[in-house]
Design a protein around this ligand. Structure first.
Ligand SMILES: NC(=O)c1ccc[n+]([C@@H]2O[C@H](COP(=O)([O-])OP(=O)(O)OC[C@H]3O[C@@H](n4cnc5c(N)ncnc54)[C@H](O)[C@@H]3O)[C@@H](O)[C@H]2O)c1
Length: 292
């Protein structure tokens, strides 16, 4: 698939959908971003364009590649705007019934060989695929946040996923510059099994006064070699999303390390969700959802 221009549909223009749209448009694929209303589509397209412009300013992307990516990018509120897509990446709310219904509706619209990717963090790919009459085409592709910056995508073979769809998915992800790892269809896959307890431990350390937001972030970044501090990342992810992912894994695994600490609820109650609200563990003037 590398080198061939594909048409990629991205469902959901939120944090992950707009980040994924950056990676597909930047790699030269025609990209159609779909959300429920014009406002959300426009906000998502705006985030993609802002990120591309910033990449040019930072010398990370040639200006002509960014301009081409912007020309290849479009938005829609209509599901049938995705009828020509070779690949559809679903990044809508983490709700199994909603994801099932959405793939069922795509069956009516998309070409027979369209690949259906779900970016679920915690739900079973097999359970989501059960909503489609083409479960063999449904593959889990779990992008790390921020999607334009992080290389890894976990690729999940559901029980009914065909090997052909799985292999095409890996080739597609390589065509957009990703590194893939095969994971079992299990709660949290690999990354969130490690990351969520780690993040919750950092929050507990903050609650207990072990360090400040800044000192814990510096320790994680410079001492453990993580690309960014935990609180910087949590502000990008969003405290509401972190809580939902933690609770979903806690409910499925019954392991207390996944339970979100009380500070998370307090911050959500105060509307301090992270970058998207201008305040989380840090304060933000620029509510652009990705890091730099
Ligand atoms: N935030 C993260 O760190 C992260 C990381 C990896 C995976 N994920 C997963 O990615 C998915 C999206 O998460 P997010 O953080 O981007 O959420 P988000 O709330 O930022 O965005 C979700 C978007 O989906 C839209 N939407 C809802 N139903 C829709 C539909 N039927 N059609 C089109 N758009 C619809 C919403 O309007 C919203 O704009 C979830 O499954 C989440 O678990 C999130």
């Amino acid at each position: 698939m590398a080198g061939t221009q594909l048409t990629v549909g991205v469902l959901g223009a939120g944090t992950m959908g707009s980040g994924i749209a950056v990676t597909t448009a930047r790699a030269g694929h025609r990209t159609v971003l779909r959300d429920l209303d014009d406002e959300r589509v426009a906000a998502g397209l705006g985030r993609v364009r802002t990120f591309l412009d910033k990449s040019v300013r930072l010398g990370k992307l040639p200006a002509e590649r960014a301009e081409q990516a912007k020309r290849d990018l479009s938005g829609t509120t209509k599901l049938d705007g995705l009828s020509e897509c070779d690949v559809v990446v679903e990044a809508i709310f983490e709700d199994v019934e909603l994801k099932r219904r959405t793939f069922g509706a795509l069956d009516e619209i998309c070409k027979p060989d369209t690949l259906f990717h779900t970016n679920t963090s915690t739900l079973s790919v097999t359970a989501i695929a059960a909503g489609s009459t083409r479960p063999e085409r449904v593959v889990g592709t779990h992008y790390c946040n921020p999607a334009p910056l992080m290389k890894l995508v976990e690729v999940v073979h559901g029980r009914r996923t065909s090997d052909e769809a799985y292999q095409r998915t890996v080739r597609f992800l390589e065509s957009i510059g990703k590194v893939t790892v095969a994971v079992r269809d299990s709660p949290g896959f690999i990354v969130n099994r490690f990351l969520i307890p780690f993040e919750n431990n950092c929050i507990r350390a903050l609650e207990s006064g072990l360090g400040t937001v800044e000192s814990i972030d510096r320790a994680v970044h410079f001492g453990l070699g993580y690309p960014m501090g935990t609180f910087t990342l949590l502000d990008i992810v969003g405290l509401d999303v972190h809580r939902a992912v933690s609770m979903s894994l806690y409910d499925q695994l019954r392991d207390p390390r996944f339970a979100p600490p009380p500070l998370v609820d307090q911050m959500i109650a105060a509307g301090q969700l992270g970058r998207k609200t201008g305040k989380g563990f840090y304060d933000y003037e620029d509510t652009t959802l990705f890091g730099s």
